[in-house]
Ligand binder design. Sequence first.
Ligand SMILES: [Zn+2]
Length: 346
Amino acid sequence: MHIIERKVSSISSYKKMSFYILIFLIICCCCFRYIELQKHRQPLLWSDDDRHFNETLTAIMRPRVVGSVGHKEVRHFIANELKELGFHVETDEFSQIVPVLGNLTFVNLLGIINPEASDFLALACHYDSKYFPDIPNFIGATDSAVPCATLLNTAKTLNSYLLTDFKNRQDLGLMLIFFDGEEAFLSWSKADSIYGSKHLARKLSISPDDFTKRHIDRIEVLILLDLLGTASQKFYSFYQNTDTLLEELSNIERNLMKSRQLEGHNYMFFSRRIQNMIEDDHLPFLDEDVPILHLIPVPFPKYWHTAKDDADSLHWPTIRNFNKIFRIFIYEYMKNHKENVNFRLM
Ligand SMILES: [Zn+2]
């Protein structure tokens, strides 16, 4: 009886010991994981401003077909935002006869910091929404209200840098371009599409004189955002000369993911090249040899060019992640910029 009791008690102390060892190991694992996390976590220099993003998106996300009241008000809103953020604002206005709607006035909007710089980082999107006779309330949330709000939010969250250290740099300026008339009025063709970008590329391609660089040649790279904001969006590289830029976006995303500074676990940037058959506002610039980074998801969002391309189709964690990654990418591009960056030669 006594022997049995001793046995039972030794089994129970063995169990206790195992339990304490297990707890100890779990604590060790947690500490190790925490130290690993801290190693990868870099303090973020620039904070999110979700409130600004949401207010900006709300102001833009409304029907804004060229020539409509919504179009004019959205244009004024973007121009005012740019001015408030300290950008020099220029417009490129022209009239043209288009299918279905006849003679329309188009206005491209440009916001510039350091207009005298030798080269520019150009970030672009289109602010018009598509005309659908059977969907009068089409608001184009991804196409392209979110890209417009992202550009303005990037300018807002980096504003203290743009107006101090970046201001008056000679080697680099920042140009935000809000193209008008990207959408076709009847059906997409060379003639019936990208009205604004064709006009602006033509205008910037005029040689001031035989000795001065054309304005379009001062654009170091044009980064075009389109169809952003739905869950599981995936971006690839379309052009060899800007492969490295997509790689940088992917690296930033990986580092933020490792340090748990992104929401969810979905990666969106893939430094892999795929065939590009996508026609968009970049084409007139590509024709003039401007290096292009085209950030448009492949495949396109499910509700592209349907009545459902509205706020309900948006995935807010994806948008917040994109804004965070894109902001860091733009800041690092500007901060690390050296003279004679030339993607044209690569
Ligand atoms: Zn569209």
